[in-house]
Write a protein of this length. Structure first.
Length: 153
């Protein structure tokens, strides 16, 4: 996976295509950068789906950005990407997982650490979800259209 800085200005707009994540100066390969986390989820989707990614995810994601930008983060394909990244970073990145108390502490101090539940929605709310609680995974999966979850397997 490679990050490519674009000249689209200082916006949070990014795109993922195959092994490339393209974005502005806000995009940093850092597990505490919510833009990177979301795009990394799209990277995982693209690895799982191959060329189907453009039809199954890319078209809906781009369409949502253009035609309904206020609701873009609520789209199933976006929340599915978030869920894939949430699982990946909690599993493979030391220090990424936060308990509810740790999450609340950092949020109160306005420090971005771990998953940003307000920016990178997992379900249709912004509530903390615990990576180690099966019921939280079930709730997330129920909130995402099953066709996206099915594409993982």
């Amino acid at each position: 996976m490679k990050i490519v800085k674009s000249t689209i200005g200082n916006t949070s707009r990014t795109a993922t295509l195959g092994n490339y994540i393209i974005g502005s100066s806000y995009l940093k390969a850092d597990p505490n950068n919510e833009i990177f986390l979301q795009e990394y989820g799209h990277y995982i989707q693209s690895q799982n789906l191959g060329p189907l990614y453009l039809l199954a995810v890319g078209a809906f994601s781009i369409g949502g950005t253009i035609f309904d930008p206020d609701n873009h983060k609520y789209q199933d394909c976006e929340r599915d990407a978030n869920y894939l990244a949430f699982k990946y970073f909690n599993r493979y990145v030391d220090g990424f997982y936060l308990t509810q108390d740790e999450y609340d502490y950092y949020k109160k101090k306005n420090i971005q650490k771990g998953w940003n539940f307000a920016m990178n929605l997992l379900s249709k709310d912004t509530q903390y979800k615990d990576y180690y609680k099966l019921n939280d995974h079930i709730d997330i999966k129920k909130s995402i259209d099953s066709s996206y979850i099915f594409l993982h397997f």
